[in-house]
Design a protein around this ligand. Structure first.
Ligand code: SF4
Length: 310
């Protein structure tokens, strides 16, 4: 078996920046993080071992004043800053600059149009409802933005009012374009020709990875995609790998590697071959890759685990 790790996989710039901020602030005393710092349980545990305490919104409301709370790369709605200010909590803002810019754009759009009584605008976010970044984006519109995940949901829009469309940073470009097309088609079928302003605000740190990741997946017989179960980015990138290599398997930790290929009485290589339907005449190429929330050390541990399996 030849095992390799994709050199383009691993933390994006925003997540790396937030983790560096946490590590450096931990040196100055107790530190809380509002929500998981990254959608990867293994990395969260590593930082918790160093003293980072993960809290939720209820905890935020009861923390003593002067507590220090780190805001992760996903960003937060204005209400979080307001609560912190009321309670005398110190915020360490590690919101990714790309997300911050998107929040500012959505807020500017909302402020510019909110008083338009003749044609009240609709701000639409192409994103995953309930995702931390999306909650932060909705907050910029006083929670009036409509969140939709697919063209099948455009019946939730009012086609007599202008539409301002933005995207969660980690959604797929294809999905966004399909949504724009569906909205345009619906508008062209309506008697009111309402305006559509579509802003592709997908982060190229993610979007540009797809082609590289798919090249890597194609070049291997088997792919182990390492990602957190809660990560939206991991789900998108995993699907991109499966599209070009159906022998792609999702694992969250090194312990799951054996389970993926469990087959009684067979060696790991035999089980892999059986599961994948490959012939195995040549050396089997196994590639390990991951999401923007997957730490390199975790992919290395998966590689080490694979190397130990007979
Ligand atoms: S995916 Fe892009 S926008 Fe999101 S945290 Fe990473 S760098 Fe920032």
């Amino acid at each position: 078996m030849q095992i390799s790790i994709d050199e383009h996989s691993g933390f994006c710039f925003g997540v790396t920046r937030a983790i560096k901020a946490a590590e450096s602030e931990l040196a100055n005393g107790p530190l809380y993080c509002l929500g998981d710092i990254v959608h990867n349980g293994q990395e969260v545990s590593r930082l918790e071992m160093k003293g980072l305490a993960t809290i939720d919104y209820d905890d935020l409301r009861t923390l003593p004043s002067h507590s220090r709370v780190l805001l992760r790369a996903h960003g937060e709605p204005p209400s979080t800053y307001w609560i912190a200010q009321q309670r005398g909590i110190e915020i360490i803002d590690a919101t990714c600059p790309v997300v911050k810019k998107l929040q500012d754009r959505i807020r500017a759009c909302y402020e510019a149009h909110k008083n338009d009584e003749a044609q009240p605008p609709q701000i639409v976010i192409y994103g995953q409802p309930g995702h931390a970044e999306v909650i932060g984006l909705q907050g910029q519109t006083n929670n009036t933005a409509i969140v939709i995940e697919s063209p099948a949901q455009i019946d939730r829009l009012d086609f007599t009012r202008p539409i301002y469309l933005f995207s969660q940073t980690t959604k797929s470009v294809e999905g966004f374009n399909a949504l724009v097309e569906a909205i345009q088609l619906q508008i062209s079928n309506c008697k009111f020709q309402v305006a559509l302003e579509a802003h592709d605000t997908i982060c190229r740190n993610v979007a540009n990875r797809v082609a590289e990741l798919q090249d890597f997946a194609r070049a291997n017989d088997i792919v182990l995609f390492v990602g957190g179960k809660k990560s939206s980015n991991a789900r998108v990138l995993y699907k991109n790998c499966v599209e070009v290599n159906p022998n792609t398997f999702f694992v969250s930790s090194p312990d799951e590697v054996e389970k993926v290929f469990q087959s009684e009485g067979r060696s790991f290589s035999e089980a892999v071959l059986q599961r994948s339907g490959l012939s195995g005449e040549a050396g089997l190429k196994v590639g390990i890759c991951g999401a923007t929330s997957t730490p390199l050390w975790l992919m290395q541990k998966v590689r080490d685990k694979l190397s130990l399996i007979p």
